[in-house]
Each structure stands twice: as structure tokens, then as C-alpha cells.
Write a protein that binds this ligand. Structure first.
Ligand code: NCD
Ligand code: ZN
Length: 350
């Protein structure tokens, strides 16, 4: 007789190693969605204007803490947005004080609010060298922005043209390849040492580019990096569920209001904070890998960032009725549609 599949699983409280919380009314509405299931999150700095100095990060952290629901068990981990004029001393002081956990590299023009990003990588070399010296992690949006590179190839080309040369020129630099979407990125992480790790989003484990484009365009599946072919999604699922410590959860939950998504020039971003843990339980169960979920969502990220695993726990339960997630959450700026993988989710956090 085979043992029946588990319908209840308890994990250390997970963390989200890549989230967009925005500011103002949007922050107020989306923060409780992240704080409900996650103990900590790496907060992306792509506000307008971006979070570029330690003083900016202190002020943003204080706005986040002020927006937290009473009694929430959540700590924001702050990042700085790397620009060609970032001051290495400011960044080192922010890291030494415990406030700054990572620095985010956006190639200029790569994605939402990335106009202040890096154009000339030589200009940030002194900053990267300082980061390698002090052990501060560089989080990389790994896409080239050259207009002649096809959008589906931008991650793979970035690895060869930008990331590998940066890593070779800066030995010891700790790097997180953010929201990887290709087998190329998975293979690159595997071929290197523990200084390099990758975050994987919820939605890239569940959708490929057909989900985005076949049978009508689905704006709520449009994000950057854009979803790729099924073979790439399968490589991501394999990496996430393998138990390899170099892969961990970064939801890239990125809220945009419906009017901004459903537009002639719709914004990139998938909002998945609310149902990520239910989605992940579904994906890991389908792979027969529920025992690897704690590693992916709760343990591998802290190991990469040299932080302790959360002491608190959460429990997920599989029921026979679908979990009642809302289609949208309401915000002071307008409705934000929640990621819907296209089938019912039977797991929920209890
Ligand atoms: C992000 C956003 O909206 O801020 N969008 C996205 O599609 N992921 C920016 C980003 O992380 O690329
Ligand atoms: Zn992002």
C-alpha cells in the first residue's frame, strides 16, 4: 500500500526575496498581502524617483513600517537602486548599519521605472568592487536592452555580454540573478559557485509564453522578463523543486492598476503576493516535491543572504473546495488583478 499524499504541510515562515511594494495608497493596499504569509521581503527600489541613497532607504523603510497592519510579523529588507553616480561610501555605511541588504542593478530602460539604471557598466566598477569587498549582494535584472536583441533572447544575451564579464572582473561579488526565466540562466547558476544564486517567481513556474499570447493577449500575464517557451518553464520548475540551495522564491509581485495593465501600452508586472504560497504548494505537489518547498520558500534565500531562517511557521492545507482568493484587490489608486494561474488552487495557508 502506498502512503497517501500529504494534505497538510508546515514550513518555517517564508520570505519573498523580490517584491515591489510601491508607495502611498498602493503600498497601503499591497503591504498586508505580503505581510500575511511572509516574514521578510527584499523591497525593490524602483520608485519614482528611485531609492538611491541610504537616507532614501531609511525614509522608505519608515513609510513601509507605518503602513504595516497592527501585529504583523514582517520585516522589510531594503535595497538601493544602483546608478552611475552611486557613492560607495554611502552604500557601505548603509550595509554596515544593517539597513541595506542588497543593491539592485537595472540596465537602463529594462523595465518599469528603470530610466535611472546603468548604461555604462565601467562607471559602476568601483561600487561593485567595494560590494565584493564587504560582501554586499548585487541583485541583477538580467536583460539587455539593445533594440536589436529580441525580447525573448534578452536574458540569455545578458548572461554572456554583461553578467559573466562583471563577475569575472569582480571576483567574490555575491550576485542574485533576479526572476530567471530561461534554462540558460538555470544552467549558468549551476555552472558557477555559491556566490551566485537565482530567484524564481511564482508565475514563471506556472505560465509560458503561450499562456500570454495564444487565444487572445492576456495583459495580466505580461511581465518582465517576459515568460518564455515551455522548455524554459520546465527548467525553472526542475530547479525550484530540486532542493538546490541556489534557487529560491522571489515573487516579483508587481502591482499595477487594471487601467494601467489594460491599456494600449500596458504595464509589465504580475501581482501574486496574495496567493503565492497556494500556487507554490500546487506546483511542488505536482512534482512530488512538497518536501522541497521549505527549502525554496523559507531556507535557501536566508542562506544566500546570510540571515537566519524565520522561527515562526506557517501551515498549508489542501482542501476539496478551491481556496477563495479574490479576483482583484482594491487600492486607493484603483483595482489590482491578482495572478490567476487558470485553474483552481486547492491549497491555502491556514
Ligand atoms: C516590475 C515593476 O512593475 O516594477 N515589473 C515586472 O514586470 N517585473 C519591474 C521589474 O521588476 O522588472
Ligand atoms: Zn521586479
Amino acid at each position: 500500500m502506498t502512503a497517501s499524499a500529504p494534505t497538510r504541510i508546515t514550513l518555517p515562515r517564508p520570505d519573498d526575496w523580490h517584491v515591489h511594494l510601491r508607495d502611498g495608497a498602493m503600498l497601503q493596499a499591497v503591504l498586508p498581502e505580503t505581510a500575511r504569509d511572509f516574514g521578510r521581503a527584499i523591497i525593490m527600489p524602483n520608485l519614482v524617483p528611485p531609492v538611491v541613497t541610504t537616507a532614501d532607504a531609511v525614509a522608505y523603510r519608515d513609510r513601509i513600517l507605518a503602513a504595516l497592519p497592527q501585529g504583523a510579523d514582517f520585516a522589510p529588507l531594503m535595497t538601493l537602486y544602483l546608478t552611475e553616480t552611486t557613492d560607495p561610501d554611502d552604500l557601505a555605511a548603509g550595509f554596515a548599519s544593517g539597513l541595506i541588504q542588497a543593491v539592485k542593478l537595472y540596465p537602463a530602460g529594462a523595465t518599469t521605472n528603470s530610466a535611472s539604471g546603468v548604461r555604462d557598466f565601467d562607471k559602476v566598477r568601483p561600487v561593485l568592487e567595494r560590494m565584493a569587498e564587504i560582501g554586499l549582494t548585487l541583485c541583477v535584472h538580467g536583460e539587455v536592452t539593445d533594440s536589436d536583441i529580441d525580447i525573448f533572447d534578452r536574458e540569455a544575451v545578458f548572461i554572456d555580454r554583461v553578467l559573466d564579464p562583471i563577475r569575472k572582473a569582480t571576483p567574490g561579488l555575491r550576485v542574485t540573478m533576479e526572476h530567471v526565466t530561461t534554462k540558460n540562466a538555470v544552467d549558468y547558476v549551476r555552472a558557477n559557485d555559491d556566490d551566485l544564486a537565482a530567484s524564481i517567481t511564482t508565475h514563471h513556474l506556472m505560465i509560458n509564453r503561450n499562456h500570454l499570447l495564444v487565444g487572445g493577449i492576456k495583459p495580466h500575464y505580461y511581465c518582465l522578463p517576459v515568460a518564455k517557451r515551455e522548455e524554459h518553464r520546465l527548467a525553472l520548475v526542475e530547479a525550484a523543486t530540486s532542493g538546490d540551495k541556489r534557487f529560491f522564491l522571489g515573487t516579483d509581485s508587481a502591482p499595477h492598476t487594471d487601467p494601467n495593465k489594460l491599456s494600449e501600452c500596458g504595464c509589465a508586472g504580475v501581482f501574486s503576493a496574495t496567493n503565492t504560497m497556494a500556487c507554490l504548494a500546487h506546483v511542488f505537489e505536482a512534482e512530488g516535491a512538497l518536501d522541497k518547498l521549505a527549502g525554496f520558500a523559507s531556507e535557501n534565500g536566508p542562506a544566500h543572504y546570510k540571515l537566519p531562517v524565520n522561527q515562526a511557521t506557517i501551515t498549508l492545507e489542501k482542501r476539496t473546495d478551491p481556496a477563495p482568493f479574490p479576483a482583484q484587490i482594491q487600492t486607493g489608486e484603483g483595482p489590482v488583478t491578482l495572478f490567476n494561474p487558470g485553474y483552481p488552487l486547492m491549497w491555502r495557508v491556514v
